[in-house]
Design a protein around this ligand. Structure first.
Ligand SMILES: [Zn+2]
Length: 169
């Protein structure tokens, strides 16, 4: 999807898909219509289809996996169907399932096994590295320094007043 083109379409139709008709466009946006038509010039396509090609910036008509052309959905936003027939769609689903199965067979199990190996290895190194250390670090820093009880004997009596001299100038 060419987002710029898509936005222009939205603006031209004011967001109302029903307005996206050739008559409306030729009346209100002849320039845009010309551009759309030019894009798939030569191909005698219905208007929604022309819009799709232009908005998607796709010149070629999409083909089914079997090579046949696929049919166009009525709505230009939905575009072409991915397959020409239900038979092709079914066959493709089967291929997908088969491919998935092979990947699991080939890589899935292998990956899991590797993961287990890595996990086991890290566990070992952790034990080696931190196992002793963590068990040896049992010294709690709980040597509470007791309150030194040499307080409370306040030296009352302010004897050491060294002359409160109110010096006047
Ligand atoms: Zn097909």
């Amino acid at each position: 999807m060419d987002h710029h083109r898509y936005e222009r379409l939205l603006n031209a139709t004011l967001g109302k898909p029903g307005r996206l008709r050739e008559s409306y466009m030729s009346r209100n946006h002849p320039g845009l219509l010309a551009e759309i038509n030019e894009y798939s010039a030569g191909d005698d396509l219905p208007f929604p289809q022309r819009v799709w090609h232009w908005a998607q910036a796709v010149k070629k008509r999409p083909l089914c996996t079997c090579g046949k052309p696929t049919t166009f959905n009525k709505n230009w936003l939905e575009g072409y169907r991915p397959y020409c027939s239900s038979a092709c769609s079914l066959r493709s689903d089967q291929t997908k399932d088969k491919r998935k199965a092979t990947i699991i067979e080939k890589y899935g199990v292998d990956n899991v096994a590797k993961n287990e190996q890595i996990k086991a290895r890290t566990k070992e190194t952790n034990l080696e590295r931190y196992g002793h250390e963590s068990s040896a670090s049992g010294h709690s820093s709980a040597t509470k320094t007791g309150a030194n009880g040499t307080a409370g004997q306040g030296n009352k009596g302010g004897n050491g007043s060294s002359g409160t001299s109110y010096s006047r100038t």
